[in-house]
Design a protein around this ligand. Structure first.
Ligand SMILES: *[C@@H]1O[C@H](CO)[C@@H](O)[C@H](O)[C@H]1NC(C)=O
Ligand SMILES: [Zn+2]
Length: 588
């Protein structure tokens, strides 16, 4: 993932006895699964008139943040059980260590401003990763059909027996953020060692996102070794510059996927994103159902130059400084909006997290019908900078330049404001707000003002200088369409049931202590920014531990990135369960 840099404490939850051990399931537990599974089949059969497919359409709880039951494969139940046992063995664990460690040892760093593939030699190491994938996953490569796009973009198609139903799309990126050479010494184990210390695999990419790419490959390799043949087609799409906006990778994969599968051609899409972790005393998984937008605004001020011995009252630098101070004095208003992804996230906390302060819980639950409670909840919740940032449009002055000589008046100066646009807002609204913000200062300083290609000043009178706002570097990115999570959103329920089945399958879960599934929102962007036309059911979820509610597991984008092998094997369980569940689903 790219963008967010918050860290979370990577501590095991007290609610998870034996969370790190893979142990065989107790008989009583299997029975429970079967009964729940049967109820699901029955309810779906009644609802849809199918008798041999299943979906987790049955809600176990009502009210806010309803939860579905775990969804365990039925038609492929025996296979799922036996794969579960295989995944619990030390032999498989070491296989997983080697699969992931080998991928980490290929330093597929992507840098800002890389030239096109074929001219910039820094792309060539992706060829080494492809060789590695070919050698490590022979079944995948002899069964799935591979198309390469722009040399290093990968599309694998695992053709299902029923081509009348829509495929599942799994996405993961091959590149990693570069390791700052000055920080190399701070790593406990070298960043591209893929070293296994008996508990964790270390190195850049071990979490972001080689755990995703290798997790998907390992699942499919194992499914193939166990003679699984899908009914529903499974497609893997893998970009190679997600960390630098996907311009060469996902941006070129998207039109190819559209050409191959058509608009709205996929049943659902799962890409990297959030995971699960403890929040207020409850383990919560937060698949990203939305992604904030992005806009860089270039603010340029120009005024007459001259010798600094005869200065005007305000130089261009002084004027720009005043404009920037005005920005920081006026952060975007942030509201908790009913129905927004962040609102859904906090509803889930209120409904399911025992350690949430009770006054706040009441306000959140009442907020559905009371504006006063909504405002009270908002006030309390937005004391958390992370939550406030997730909900609203942010602004950060990240670049500035001006002045060339100590005795010369600066003629032209500029700064860049980086915005992350709220899921409730838009690029247009963000531009309009910035334009308005500087209007009166432009008049005060007698500047002719244009914003995003349109003149703002009302007079043609001669001005002292100019103020110009424009999009810096690239075009803005609108907030992503929000993925449906309502009662009729079968893909959401299917993903939720899959996460629960995965989580429960090798833990000793008592009572209702399973993971809660909550809609989440991504502060950063993923390759899915290019995939909106492929399906409305886009989920950013990677099943990483310690990555819930906008937090990232420690080490992502910084030193000492590492993943516990228990977690990586669970990621393989997750993709396996997902593939089998989607295969059996009544989704069109
Ligand atoms: C604005 O600046 C121009 C050029 O220096 C000057 O002619 C004009 O009188 C100024 N207008 C105001 C309102 O200060
Ligand atoms: Zn990533």
């Amino acid at each position: 993932m790219s963008g967010a840099r918050e860290k979370s404490d990577d501590v095991a939850s007290p609610l998870l006895p034996g969370a790190q051990n893979s142990k065989p399931k107790a008989g009583s537990f299997s029975l429970k699964i079967t009964v729940v599974g049967f109820a699901i089949i029955l309810s779906t059969a009644l609802a849809k008139g199918f008798s041999h497919f299943h979906d987790s359409g049955r809600e176990l709880s009502t009210g806010v943040c309803p939860q579905v039951a775990e969804l365990v494969p039925q038609k492929n139940g025996a296979l799922w059980e036996s794969l579960g046992s295989i995944y619990g063995t030390d032999k498989f664990k070491m296989r997983a260590v080697n699969w992931l460690g080998g991928a980490v040892r290929i330093p597929t760093e992507s840098y800002d401003n890389m030239g096109p593939v074929g001219t910039d030699p820094r792309w060539e190491k992706f060829g080494a990763l492809h060789d590695y994938l070919l050698a490590s996953f022979p079944q995948v490569h002899s069964t799935l059909e591979l198309t390469k796009v722009n040399t290093y973009g990968l599309i694998y198609v695992w053709k299902g027996s029923d081509t009348s139903i829509q495929p599942l799309l799994l996405a993961a990126h091959q590149d990693v953020v570069p390791v700052e050479p000055t920080t190399a010494k701070a790593w406990l184990h070298p960043p591209f060692s893929g070293y296994f210390d008996g508990e964790k695999v270390w190195g850049r990419g071990s979490l972001d996102d080689k755990s995703g790419l290798i997790g998907i490959m390992s699942s499919i390799e194992t499914l193939l070794e166990n003679n699984f043949q899908p009914r529903r087609t499974v497609v893997i799409a893998s970009g190679f510059d997600e960390e630098t906006s996907g311009l060469h990778g996902a941006q070129t994969l998207a039109p190819k996927l559209l050409e191959m599968f058509g608009e709205g051609g996929f049943a659902m899409l799962v890409d990297e994103g959030s995971g699960y972790g403890e929040q207020y005393g409850r383990v919560i998984a937060t698949p990203g159902i939305g992604e904030k937008g992005y806009l860089d605004v270039l603010v340029e001020v120009a005024s007459p130059g001259g010798h600094s011995s005869l200065p005007p009252p305000h130089t261009s630098i002084g004027i720009l400084a005043e404009l920037l101070v005005n920005y920081e004095k006026n952060p975007f208003e942030v509201h908790l909006t009913r129905g927004s992804p962040v609102y859904k996230t906090v509803q889930c906390l209120a409904q399911h997290a025992p350690d949430l302060p009770s006054a706040l819980r009441k306000d959140i639950l009442r907020a559905e019908h009371s504006d006063r409670a909504l405002r009270a909840a908002e006030k309390k919740l937005f004391e958390s900078r992370m939550l406030k940032s997730l909900a609203g449009t942010t602004q950060a002055i990240d670049l500035i330049q001006g002045g060339v000589k100590v005795n010369a008046l600066p003629e032209s100066v500029w700064a860049v404001i980086n915005h992350r646009v709220s899921t409730e807002s838009s690029i247009e609204a963000t531009k309009a707000r910035d334009t308005d913000l500087l209007r009166s200062l432009a008049v005060d300083f007698n500047l002719s003002y244009s914003a995003f290609g349109v003149g703002v000043s009302d007079t043609d009178a001669p001005a002292y200088g100019t103020l110009k706002l424009s999009e810096a570097y690239t075009h803005g990115l609108e907030p992503a369409p929000v993925t449906p999570t309502d009662e009729s959103a079968v893909p959401w329920q299917l993903l939720s049931g899959t996460i629960k089945a995965t989580y429960n399958s090798h833990r000793d879960i008592r009572g209702d202590d399973t993971v809660v599934i909550s809609p989440g929102v991504m502060s950063g962007n993923t390759d899915t920014r290019y995939y909106w036309k492929l399906t409305e059911h886009i989920f950013r979820y990677g099943h990483q531990e310690g990555a819930s509610g906008g937090a990232l597991p420690s080490g992502v984008h910084t030193v000492n990135e590492a993943i516990s092998i228990g977690n990586f094997v669970e990621i393989i369980r997750f993709f396996t369960t997902l593939i089998l569940n989607v295969d059996e689903s009544a989704l069109p």
